[in-house]
Design a protein around this ligand. Structure first.
Ligand code: PSU
Ligand code: MN
Length: 309
């Protein structure tokens, strides 16, 4: 098994290492979504489905997590079991990686740290559910996800369904603009709202094909470091009922406030409350949008692999 190198601190699975060495398409997948964003035991089946969706799109999946101080890019079934089963697994953003690596801790990786480890391993495309962003009332709490600054300096394509609708979406779009993160809609000029097709905010640019998305990334890579966000909306007939959506999000945010959730616990708390309060409806929609993003990411990775480097 390939071990850590000066450019990548990670252990690559044999399948991922072979694909990268041969220039075949690879898509990175995050593990915080599994460990902290989806409930147990449903997260375990979702982990396999997301990997299958990447394959259906035409690429090799590389789920990323830190196990006993070692970043792993591409997990065995037993390693996915571990990520999905351990209720104590840490949530690791970029700032947490040095501690985990130096002291031998295990943890799930967020968008920020998955993007970093993926790019270091030479992976150009990453699929997730929704980005972290600016939380509502951030002017009081200063709660803005480290995902945003990470994407400003990490070169890869991130396919997502917008940012989680528990956030302040317009403020998050402003920050993405300030940070010069490239944002394109997938066949839409409306920025998606995660559980719902339209967040209420527009997006300036759209791409019509996976080949166009790959070309936008190739152009950015040749120009300046940083991410290209491809925002992929759910079809309207698959979105969460909007009345239910608005009601359960308000409840979940109030519950997080009442429970005094802070820092990295806010997002998992709110998502967990949402899944319970919606009777599982938000969970089904959440899994569905991740699968759609994974398949599209596979297609974009295939187009990217076909471009000259
Ligand atoms: N999107 C989802 N579910 C999740 C997350 C994103 O559909 O669980 C996770 C991602 O790992 C993202 C993190 O990076 O939430 C953001 O957490 P915070 O708001 O604490 O930065
Ligand atoms: Mn936060």
């Amino acid at each position: 098994m390939p071990t850590a190198s000066p450019t990548s601190p990670s252990v690559l699975s044999p399948e991922v290492a072979d694909a990268l060495a041969a220039g075949r398409p690879v898509v990175a997948l995050e593990s915080t979504l599994l460990a902290h964003g989806l409930p147990r035991p449903e997260n375990r089946a979702a982990a396999d489905q997301v990997e299958d969706a990447v394959r259906a799109g035409g690429a090799v999946p590389a789920t990323i997590a830190v196990l006993d101080g070692v970043p792993h890019v591409g997990l065995t079934a037993a390693e996915v079991d571990r990520v999905c089963a351990d209720p104590e697994l840490a949530k690791l953003g970029v700032r947490d990686l040095p501690v985990a690596l130096a002291l031998g801790h295990s943890g799930a990786t967020t968008v920020s740290s998955t993007a970093l480890l993926a790019a270091r391993a030479g992976i150009g495309v990453f699929a997730t559910g929704g980005l972290g962003g600016v939380h509502r009332h951030a002017t009081d709490t200063f709660d803005e996800s480290a995902d945003l600054v990470a994407l400003a300096r990490t070169s890869l394509v991130v396919v997502c369904a917008g940012v989680k609708s528990i956030l302040d979406v317009p403020a998050t779009l402003e920050r993405l603009e300030s940070l010069s993160v490239t944002v394109v809609g997938w066949r839409t000029n409306r920025f998606p709202g995660f559980y719902v097709a339209d967040s209420g905010s527009p997006v300036d640019w759209s791409v019509a094909s996976a080949a166009e998305a790959a070309r936008v990334f190739a152009a950015r890579r040749g120009l300046v470091p940083g991410a290209v966000v491809v925002a992929n909306p759910l079809p309207v007939d698959e979105q969460l009922d909007t009345e239910l959506h608005d009601r359960v999000i308000a409840e979940a945010l109030a519950a997080a406030d009442a429970a005094g959730a802070r820092g990295k616990d806010v997002t998992p708390f709110v998502l967990g409350h949402l899944h319970a309060a919606s009777g599982g409806a938000s969970l089904a929609v959440n899994v569905r949008l991740v699968l759609r993003n994974a398949e599209l990411a596979g297609q974009i990775a295939a187009e990217l692999a076909a471009l000259p480097r």
